[in-house]
Design a protein around this ligand. Structure first.
Ligand SMILES: NC(=O)c1ccc[n+]([C@@H]2O[C@H](COP(=O)([O-])OP(=O)(O)OC[C@H]3O[C@@H](n4cnc5c(N)ncnc54)[C@H](OP(=O)(O)O)[C@@H]3O)[C@@H](O)[C@H]2O)c1
Length: 307
């Protein structure tokens, strides 16, 4: 089948970030044309990836790139793990997701020909602190700040489904790779031999290798799936087991625990987030036929830190 240029185009909002960079590379390799939506004009001027400027709030000429594309992927949002969650910071975290998703869906509604699929980021924080219970896409939402934000964020994206587009809410776990995200932040103490579990270390961590996340998004573009999809590896780990695995991968000791009260004092409400977690299963990803390249933490970390 000969694809017209637009039918092979994927637009990635917030695509210049940690996940977007890996996704763009995977999309290009799979033969797609990639257009990023960024608030910074000319951020990725050179190379095969094109950038269209938007402000994440308003309508504008950027909307024309959405017309008739193979997929639109929404990764836009202010960084969550930065600074204390003051009311002002929470507002930035929320508004940057809700307003940008709303602007994107408004743009999609104006497109002469709708994209085949709209994939919008959400997070496993949707489920709230989950204890030891295994959660899948049918589990109910939590009630804390992040859970309510994820529910609202998903609701904004689902307007595209009501407009007739196949819409996926991607509930992403902790994305692992060495050049960004949570792992990059953890590396410094671990490399000094000062790494270790946070609090009791019993809290679950649902993670996904960045390469698998890009692979799953490519798979979902071609699949017929819609609705919520957990983007997590099949084998979540406790924080203690994660610390041990990271210590093994870096060949460093990982016995220096960080007491829970220190995290709470230092980070406030966000510290509480690190001390609780969710044990989330990728039920719908597996049912749809996605095969994880890195199902377990040791295989993921050893690939990430392979010299
Ligand atoms: N990384 C993880 O472990 C993880 C886990 C769960 C969920 N997620 C979600 O997945 C999405 C992508 O994550 P990421 O790790 O790639 O994040 P990232 O590196 O921070 O990239 C997000 C991008 O969003 C854009 N952005 C920031 N503030 C914005 C605003 N006010 N309005 C519009 N766009 C804004 C930025 O692009 P420009 O500066 O180019 O505009 C930024 O590059 C986020 O929504 C995040 O919450 C990530």
């Amino acid at each position: 089948m000969n694809l017209s240029p637009r039918a092979s185009r994927v637009v990635v909002a917030g695509g210049a970030g940690f996940i977007g960079r890996a996704l763009s590379a995977a999309l290009l390799e799979a033969g797609y044309e990639v257009v990023l939506l960024s608030r910074k004009a000319g951020k990725t001027k050179s190379g095969p990836v094109k950038t269209e400027t938007w402000d994440g709030v308003s309508s504008g000429s950027w909307q024309t790139v959405l017309d008739g594309t193979a997929a639109v992927v929404n990764l836009a949002g202010a960084y969550i793990a930065e600074g204390r969650w003051t009311p002002a910071r929470k507002k930035i975290i929320s508004d940057s997701r809700l307003f940008s998703t709303r602007a994107l869906v408004a743009g999609l509604s104006c497109a002469g020909s709708h994209p085949a699929v709209f994939i919008s980021a959400s997070a496993v924080g949707y489920y709230g602190p989950g204890g030891n219970e295994a959660l899948d896409e049918n589990s109910p939402p939590g009630q804390d700040f992040l859970a309510r934000l994820c529910a609202d964020w998903e609701h904004e994206a689902q307007v595209a489904q009501a407009l007739g587009m196949r819409t996926i809410n991607l509930r992403i776990g902790v994305v692992l790779d060495k050049d960004g995200g949570a792992l990059e932040k953890m590396l410094f103490p671990f490399k000094l031999g000062l790494g270790g579990p946070l609090g009791s270390g019993k809290q679950w961590m649902s993670w996904i290798a960045r390469e698998d996340l890009a692979g799953l998004i490519l798979h979902l573009i071609k699949s017929g799936v819609s609705g919520p999809v957990n983007a997590v590896a099949p084998e979540p780990v406790t924080n203690r087991d994660f610390s041990r695995a990271l210590g093994r991968a870096l060949k460093r000791p990982a016995f220096m625990p960080v007491p829970g009260f220190v995290l709470r004092l230092a980070l406030g409400e966000m510290g509480g987030l690190l001390l609780s977690g969710q044990k989330v299963r990728p039920k719908r990803a597996l049912e749809s036929g996605y095969r994880f390249k890195f199902p377990d933490i040791d295989s993921a970390l050893s690939a990430i830190f392979r010299p």
